[in-house]
Structures are given as C-alpha cells and as structure tokens.
Design a protein around this ligand. Sequence first.
Ligand SMILES: Cc1ncc(COP(=O)(O)O)c(C=O)c1O
Length: 406
Amino acid sequence: MLARDSEWLLPVYARFPVAMERGEGVYLFDTSGNRYLDLMGGLGVNALGHAHPRMVRATAEQAARMVHLSPQYCTPAAGELAERLCLLSGMAGVFYSTGGSESVEGAIKLARAFGIEHAGASKFRIAALEGSYHGRTFGSMSVTGQSKYRDGFGPTLDGVDLARKNDIASLCSAVSVDTCAILLETVLGEGGVHNLDAEFLQEARRLAHEYDALLILDEIQCGLGRVGQWFAFEQSGVQPDVLILGKPLGGGLPLSAFLVSGELFHVLGIGKHGSTLGGSPLACRLGLEFLSTVEEENLLARVLDTGAYLSTHLEALAREGGVAVEARGRGLIQGLELSVPGRPIAEAALEQGLMLNFVQGNVMRFLPSFLLERKHVDAMLEVVRPLLKRAAAGKASLETTLVAVA
Ligand SMILES: Cc1ncc(COP(=O)(O)O)c(C=O)c1O
C-alpha cells in the first residue's frame, strides 16, 4: 500500500510509513492491528474521535436518504445547522463551503465587495498577521503571514499588510483608510499555537470600527469547542463581523462556513458567490450531530478539564528544561516548542503507538479529539518524556562534538 501511494499520489506531504485501517474513539489501528493514540485528530477535524456511534448512525441514515443536492434547493439540515451556529456565535447568516481555504476565499471576497461598494475601488486592503495561516488557495495564501507558503507561485493578491501578533502599534500601522478587513486567527494554530491577547483583539475591533473595515476571525482551527468554549473569541468580549469555521464542522466530511453579522447579510447577492459541494445534506446532518453530541455528552467541560491537565504537564516539561522550551495554548489546542527538530521525535513516537504532529518544524501541536481523558495524557507523557530526554542527550553530545571540532 505504501509503495502504491508513493507511485500514484503526488509527493506533497511528508507522510509516515504506516497504513491505517480503522479508528475507534481516540485510537487508530493500522493494517497489522497495532494501536495508536491519536493526538493530532486528523489535524483538528476528528473532534469526536473515530467512528463515534452517533456519527456512524447519522451518516448511515442520511446517506440512505440523500447525500448531495444543488444548493439551489432547500434540505432540512443546512438551515437548521445555520440557525444553530448563528445562535451559538451571535452571527446572523451563513455561507457553506467545503475546505477551510475556500471559506477564507469567500470571506475575502465579501470583505472586498463590502469595502469597494461603500468606499470605492481603493478600499480592498487586508491587514493580517505575520506567522498566521489561512490556507493554500491563492487568496488564502496571500493573507497567510508566512512567505514559505507563497514562494515560487508568482504574484499573489495585492493589498495585504502584515502586522506582528499581540503588537498593537504594529497592527495600527498595518491598518489605513484603504483597509477593508482585519483578518486574525484568534489562536494562531499552524504558526506554532499562539493565543491572541484579549487587549489585542479589542484593539483590532476598535480599529475596524474606526476605519470602517470588517473584523474577520478565522476560527477554523480553534473554534467549535476546541478551547472549551464554542468559540475562542468569547473570552475577549469581541464580536467579529465575519467568523470562519471549518475542520470539525462536518463531523469529518468536508464542510466549512463563513458566518456574517446582520449588516453583511445581503452583501453577496444572487450569483455573487457559490460552491457546488458546500453545505451538502450529508455534511450538514453530521454537523448537527456533532453539535448535539458535544452538548449532550458535556464535552466542552471535558475539553477544559483534559486541556488544563495537558497544559499543566506541558508547562512542567518546559520548566524541566532540556529540549522543551515553552508550552502554549488553550483547551485542546496546545503546543510545546522544542529547541530541536520534531520529525525524529514524531517518528520514534509512532513506533511506540503515539501519533504526534509538529508545526513550524519544532512545535509539538496537540489537536486531539474532545474525548481525550487525563489517562491518555499520562500515556502520552510516558512516551514523550523519555524521547525528549533522549533528544536532549543527543543535542548535548552534538554540541560537545562541535565545540571539540571548533
Ligand atoms: C486557521 C486556519 N485557517 C485556514 C485553514 C485552511 O483550511 P483547509 O486546509 O481546510 O483548507 C487552516 C488549516 O489548517 C487553518 O488552521
């Protein structure tokens, strides 16, 4: 299977040499029957773990009725899910797409249409953050504050002004009368798990009002319960004009959305935007089941409890020194920055039944299922602590050699 994949799939991902067959809760099983504790959660998609009985049942029921239909027709789940998302978030309307990048594109189009309509052709600039990540399509990579994702692809979107995270002066310099939107990830995920301070978000809100720009929060990774509240912006007291959601929204099926305030409801009128597969009856049905399951199984409380336990232990690892430098995050989006590359640690962990994920090359990022419990954190630590010790010993002996050579 691995050889066939290498032959036929483009070599875009640094894949691991293991073939997974099935999942159950927080675990995955490979084709030889080995069990793995899944701490990356399909990059934050599998919030209810694998093969959750409610999701399995809902998939079968809905698939037997209708999987896809043109978005020009009404089906029960799309509207019900939109209503529930708006009631939870304080937003007023929803547009569905498939992947997160596609919803970022839609939000950019909406912001530009709003700015240009109200203030003229020059109001199209977007202020975003250095180190942010918003996706891989042309618009979304243009507003991503990491040049490595744009390099080699020729001209990207014009009019992107980058500011430093949690630096109010820097944000003020990036915003002008030509800014149509300030786009922020409430918790920067792929950039290494960095929270935005409440004061920074509040200042972004104030600036957006002052310059008649939209405040767009990209909560594709940190929203929908991952921080132990439905949305990461809730704690800041800031309400966005546009909220972007994705990852777990479709219970594992491709579903993302941008949600808008009442003022923006009619900006994209008939024919102005679209998505053939966005908001399919099956994905929306699973989205509803996901929300109900989180509520009925009281999973936000579990995220807070396990998240606090995880963060206490990651902070302890960072205090112990060695190669662990800093622990960051909220709820079940957590990061442990190392002073060594993560890939060898991820490979060694996999051999011991642990699926770890690294971003920025050296930040161990946790995006596990909301079903994770303290005992799973303990199991992770039993594998990770010795691996970090080994990495520290390796680093020390390399440094000694380098000093000797010098
Ligand atoms: C904050 C954020 N925005 C946008 C995206 C892009 O989403 P997708 O990969 O589904 O296109 C991601 C994906 O990791 C993300 O974390």
